[in-house]
Design a protein around this ligand. Structure first.
Ligand code: ATP
Ligand code: MG
Length: 215
């Protein structure tokens, strides 16, 4: 189980806290969707959960064990918003092997299959892939780290409608193997999945599950 209790975070440069007494309790599998207006703190929250950013009060636990930032970096894989902007590899194969120098061919093939990119030429430059393929490659790179919690910041932003649907279908498949937490300003896209839905507002998470089941 992933649990966040009483999380408080105010950057020294900010006038007010971004997160204040934020709480979340969720199972170790399945998808959590967090929506919220621009500036509500969604990116800040995934950066904190993934250990990239600290916080001043509260605790984050996985299976009842309190985690340090370093432990959270091991536990989580974070796919940034517009991850394709941060590709460093000259080829798909190089992108997969960054940080995994000894990655076997078998593991490369298997992760690409997992994200629905089987058959793709590993010698192709990542920038030549379609928008949806690039997003799936970015997810594959994180899956290689075998995260227990996969965090995605706006995974459908800037994609065509049919491609958004591809990403949602992929997440629907992946949720069987790990916890997935998505922050998005398009929560309605994820309606077809049986998900936990929250809105981040006033620095806290508010359950939205009734709202989703009405329409
Ligand atoms: N290091 C920082 N110092 C000062 N203010 C910060 C810092 N980091 C974030 N903020 C502020 O905190 C608020 C939340 O930012 P964040 O990027 O988490 O929002 P968001 O919900 O992801 O927004 P968007 O939907 O636009 O991506 C914003 O008002 C932002 O300006
Ligand atoms: Mg953001």
């Amino acid at each position: 189980m992933l649990s966040l209790k009483g999380i408080y975070y105010q950057p020294s440069t900010a006038e007010r806290p971004i997160l204040e007494d934020l709480t979340l309790e969720t199972n170790s599998k399945g998808i959590v969707i967090i929506s919220g207006s621009s500036g509500s703190g969604k990116t800040t929250l995934v950066e904190i959960i993934s250990g990239l950013s600290g916080y001043q009060k509260g605790e984050i636990k996985w299976r009842n064990k309190k985690l340090s930032a370093r432990q959270r970096r091991w536990l989580c894989g974070l796919v940034f918003q517009f991850p394709e902007r941060y590709f460093l590899g000259l080829t798909v194969g190089q992108e997969l092997r960054l940080g995994h120098k000894k990655l076997s061919n078998k593991d490369q093939v298997s992760v690409m299959k997992e994200v629905g990119l089987d058959g793709l030429d590993f010698k192709q430059p990542p920038e030549q892939l379609s928008g949806g393929q690039q997003r799936r490659l970015a997810i594959a790179v994180q899956l290689l780290r075998k995260p227990k919690v996969l965090l995605l910041d706006e995974p459908t932003a800037g994609l065509d409608w049919s491609v958004k649907d591809e990403v949602i279908k992929l997440l629907s498949r992946l949720r069987r193997n790990q916890k997935i937490l998505v922050v998005t300003h398009e929560p309605e896209l994820f309606k077809s999945l049986n998900i936990e839905n929250y809105e981040l507002r006033g620095g806290q998470l508010h359950s939205q599950n009734n709202f989703l089941s009405i329409s």
